[in-house]
Ligand binder design. Structure first.
Ligand code: SF4
Length: 366
């Protein structure tokens, strides 16, 4: 492969193939740098110079989960030490605190509670909507949609409709991990299979419910698997245009069964992290936004990712128990003042956005 020629072609509009993406993801040494530079050029072309962030708060409702994925340190069985499930009062208290903090988005991240039904999800959405009217609710994964569908004997489309009617603003593109069933059978055997994840995301997009797209990398998969995953996302986006952004999620290994059992390695290396962002930017020619997950990457790697293809700093967050329980060191609140310092260091302006990437007034640091 002639790397310089390939990067020139991509810059000129050539659509990279899956094997080419896998080859780029496997590159090490100084050849990595031209890839990062090409991705940064592409970011400028596709998303401009502004670095965006959303003022949001994560709310965890329960860590009780039917799936118990091997890469996760958060999910627990009912009755385990530290297992919890918030009731209405506790949820409303958390939401009231988020509203006081002037967030524009509430992001609900939880385990897939075995007893939850569509009615449970509707109740939660109604409580949150009442406690924080006008705040965008970004919640639930295709796995939770499939679970509610199975439990209630209703279609996944009906689940999505009922969630939307109860206040859902956008669906999370989580539970994707790596969209290759051979990998899923090792890292998350109890989650929806690739076909079902794709089906639910397509259904959501067709119903005009936007979703994020995620990739959880660095555990067990190969570069080919990562490229396959990106290819599936690109195909869906060609068809629906419903993804708001790609959120690369690096595997945090420390507190997870997969690592303790010697099945997964100790997460991605720095080169892998940065290449994943850069190659995603070059490969996903139909995505405008690529996010850095600062709670997992840390601030210094996040800055490098923003210089290698990413354009979004994610959210203020206020809590990320999922990353913390897996062993991440920095996963709480990120003050926009710190984001601004990093944006200035990169010579780019920082702007607050909504969940759906509308820029808000009066938050420009230009
Ligand atoms: S990753 Fe999600 S679905 Fe899997 S065990 Fe953790 S909380 Fe449950």
């Amino acid at each position: 492969m002639d790397l310089c020629q390939l990067l020139r072609d991509i810059g000129g509009g050539y659509r990279m193939t899956e094997p080419e993406a896998a080859a780029l993801l496997d590159i090490r040494g100084r050849d990595v740098f031209p890839i990062l530079a090409a991705a940064d050029d592409m970011r400028e072309k596709k998303a401009g110079n502004i670095i965006t962030y959303v003022r949001n708060q994560n709310i965890h409702i329960t860590n009780i989960c039917k799936n118990l994925c091997g890469f996760c340190g958060f999910g627990k069985s009912p009755g385990d030490d530290g297992a919890y499930c918030n009731d209405r009062e506790e949820i409303e208290k958390k939401v009231a605190l988020a509203a006081e903090r002037n967030v524009t988005e509430i992001c609900m991240l939880s385990g897939v509670h075995p007893d939850f039904t569509i009615e449970s999800y509707e109740d939660i959405l109604a409580w949150v909507t009442r406690a924080a009217p006008g705040v965008h609710i970004h919640a639930f994964s295709p796995d939770e949609v499939a679970h509610a569908s199975e439990r209630g004997g209703i279609s996944t489309i009906e689940v999505l409709e009922r969630m939307r009617n109860a206040g859902l603003g956008s669906l999370q593109g989580t539970a994707a991990e790596i969209l290759v069933d051979e990998v899923r059978s090792v890292i998350c055997p109890n989650k929806v299979k690739t076909g079902m994840w794709v089906q639910i995301i397509r259904e959501a997009h067709r119903m005009k419910i936007p979703t994020t797209a995620t990739i959880m990398y660095g555990s067990y998969e190969t570069a080919m698997d990562r490229a396959r995953h990106l290819s599936i996302l690109r195909e869906i986006q060609d068809e629906t245009g419903g993804f708001t952004e790609l959120v690369p999620l690096t595997y945090i290994h420390t507190g997870t069964p997969l690592y303790r059992q010697g099945i997964a390695k100790a997460g991605a290396t720095g080169m892998e992290d940065i290449l994943l962002v850069a190659v995603s930017r070059l490969f996903l020619d139909n995505f405008k936004n690529i996010q850095v997950s600062w709670g997992k990457l840390g601030l210094k790697m996040s800055e490098l990712a923003l210089a290698s293809g990413a354009n979004d700093f994610a959210g203020t967050m206020f809590a990320d128990d999922v990353s913390r329980d897996a062993g991440a060191e920095s996963a709480e609140y990120l003050d926009p003042v710190i984001m601004e310092r990093i944006a200035k260091d990169l010579g780019r302006p920082l702007r607050q956005r909504t969940t759906l990437y509308h820029l808000l007034q009066g938050t420009c640091t230009e």
